[in-house]
Design a protein around this ligand. Sequence first.
Ligand SMILES: [Zn+2]
Length: 424
Amino acid sequence: MDPIKYLFEKPALMGRLARWLLLLAEFNIVYITQKSIKGSVIAEHLSTHPVVDTRPLNDIFLDEDVVSIEVEDEVGIWKTFFDGAANHKDCGAGVLLITPERLNMPMAYRLDFECTNNMVEYKACLMGLKAAISIGVKRLEVYGDSSIVIYQVQGKWKTKEEKLKPYQGCVESLMKQFTEITFDYFQRDNNRFVDALATLASMVDFGPGEQIQPFIIDRRDHPSHQGFVNALTVDGRPWFAHIVDFIREGKYPADATQGDKRFLRRYATQFILHEDILYKRSFDGVQLVCVDEDQSQTILEQVHQGICGPHMNACMLAKKILHLGYFWNTLEADCIEFVKKCHQCQIFSIHIHVPPTELHTLSSPWPFSTWGIDVNGKINPKASNGHEFVLEAIEYFTKWVETQSYAKLTAAKVAKFLQEHIIC
Ligand SMILES: [Zn+2]
């Protein structure tokens, strides 16, 4: 057996072997199995038949079945939504361009000249068309909540207002640059995005020299303080991904320095990969399952405040999680943060949890180990059958009671009572 192979592939090493592995981890040793001798035949053949470097390599293989390749001209339909916002002093136009892949490109323009509400709508429509033309869009669907613009462009309504005529002419000339273009009326409620853009543009104050960078609208499905577990997910992968990569393939992260590599080699010796689950070896030899961010959050919640969760403090919570066999890098820091944020803990932590009286240890460790026997009597007046003594035996653990009444109590009767009721 190869000793180096044994050191690198054995999942758990103890004692001197572990020390050897730690010392060897200092060097970047990659263990490769010795290939069979046959593999060298090709190399030997090539070395004995050298090829001149200047000889051209003929690597073009024509496929005679293919005569020509038609590039399919079928591209998806783009959509544009437009809206204008005009009030007594400011005007703004909002345009939303949507690619066939549903990528939204919002644009907003502030109009620093006087115009009516309909002019602003036309202006917004024109800007949407120009934006689409500038990136070479050929098929376009235009949606707007201005019935005047939509129906006038469609030719259903006549344009009587002189101010709007040049705008309509401009839209018609731009329409010729598309192979396919449609205009549709769209309810105001569904046009909220561009409505907001137009209002935003009309309300923002900025000078002629200033530029506003595109802003990003994203979605969050939980409050940002919730899932605040310290950077357990890096680039969408769990924190132990690099360790798994290293153990499985001996691969380092792309941007790792020499120091990082050395650290990873040493750190990876504490982990074991078994059937795609990474285990961390704890100091007492127990293998702890490494969990990612989502799982760690569930574990914290369940252990601290789940069913029978006693709302323990952070230190106890961390110990309990380790005891249950889970591990992640920032376990203790996360426990402290989690307990700080627990609502019930904040309300009830001021209460005194110590019992009001001193606790007594149980003198009887298991059932039927200890009995207490006593005699009550003489009872006055006597019972109807003339009995005036009561012999009782109580079991300490279960508090089980055995009793018998007697007219006269003798040692023989007590012995018989024990024989019948307790010893059986
Ligand atoms: Zn709590």
